[in-house]
Ligand binder design. Structure first.
Ligand SMILES: NC(=O)c1ccc[n+]([C@@H]2O[C@H](COP(=O)([O-])OP(=O)(O)OC[C@H]3O[C@@H](n4cnc5c(N)ncnc54)[C@H](OP(=O)(O)O)[C@@H]3O)[C@@H](O)[C@H]2O)c1
Length: 268
């Protein structure tokens, strides 16, 4: 697909991976619709794109609010006669063990509210237009941690696994009507989200720019999945020998977290 022909709705584009993807898609000529809560940050991304000769529009919205989401859907549909791609990238993460969450069911509700329900509502809002057009591509920002058993992120990972399943159903039911989906399984990426955990300062990570490129690839080439090699290998391992992979990987991640904590402490 030529980016120049596309109108792309991109959530979570006020910072991090989404802002990078918006810049890159706009630089290739796509019209980008920028969605997130922080209007000032959205304006800054918009200004940068417009200064570079690109086309962008801002839509401040809290995607956990059903009324705000319905309003933004109505505006998108009225502003743009054709919408080609929806990138569901807005998200929040919580790092906490299940045992530490016994009185924190709201953690699970909060992650589901944006990572899953926000994305589902927006997709349902745009789906009639996609069906009417005979085409529409939906990209989901997910994580490598759904491919491999990772401790401490149960609320986050439950919501991302739900999102991946929704994408699969959407494509299975509507591929013959021109609706396609891509799930992007990012490894760790250096952004505000990963920066919230102090020990990750010592971890080598993918840059937000490169991760933004993965969303561009997902939007233009439309593969079913964009994944790292290690994510794919872990998934094959989990399908073939889940017990063995779980026994090997989870203590390995605990050891890595301890190593990172030591490195961060010694750098202080
Ligand atoms: N960083 C990583 O290591 C990593 C790894 C795997 C997957 N991912 C996924 O990549 C995506 C982007 O994350 P990032 O790393 O780029 O972090 P980020 O910079 O924190 O981006 C998160 C984006 O989501 C938006 N958002 C959050 N809550 C929202 C809400 N209620 N309504 C509307 N927008 C909302 C934020 O904007 P506002 O605050 O302005 O609303 C922001 O633009 C997420 O889905 C994340 O799960 C990240």
């Amino acid at each position: 697909m030529r980016a120049a022909d596309l109108t792309v709705v991109l959530t979570g584009s006020s910072s991090g991976i989404g802002a990078e993807a918006a810049r890159q898609l706009a630089a290739r000529g796509a019209t980008v619709c920028l969605l997130a809560r922080r209007a000032d940050e959205l304006e800054a991304v918009w200004a940068e794109i417009v200064a570079g000769g690109g086309t962008a529009h801002t839509y401040p919205v809290d995607l956990t609010d059903p009324d705000e989401t319905s309003e933004v859907v109505a505006r998108l549909l009225s502003d743009h006669p054709r919408i080609d791609v929806l990138v569901n990238n807005a998200g929040r993460s919580i790092r906490r063990s299940v045992a530490s969450s016994v009185d924190r069911a709201h953690d699970y509700e909060r992650t589901m509210a944006v990572n899953y329900l926000g994305a589902v509502r927006l997709t349902l809002g745009l789906l009639p237009r996609f069906l009417e057009q005979g085409h529409g591509h939906v990209v989901m920002s997910s994580t490598m941690s759904t491919q491999v058993p990772v401790p401490l992120f149960s609320a986050y990972l439950g919501s991302k696994a739900a999102l991946e399943s929704f994408a699969r159903s959407l494509a299975a039911e509507n591929a013959h009507r021109g609706i396609t989906t891509t799930v992007v399984n990012f490894p760790m990426v250096r952004t505000r989200m990963s920066g919230a955990t102090d020990i990750y300062a010592a971890m080598p990570m993918m840059s937000a720019r490169r991760a933004g490129g993965w969303l561009v690839k997902a939007s233009l080439d439309r593969p079913t999945r964009v994944s790292s090699l290690s994510g794919t290998a872990a998934e094959i391992g989990m399908a073939a020998v889940p017990g063995l992979v779980t026994r090997v990987v989870t203590p390995g991640i605990r050891r890595m977290d301890k190593r990172l904590a030591r490195r961060v402490r010694s750098a202080d």
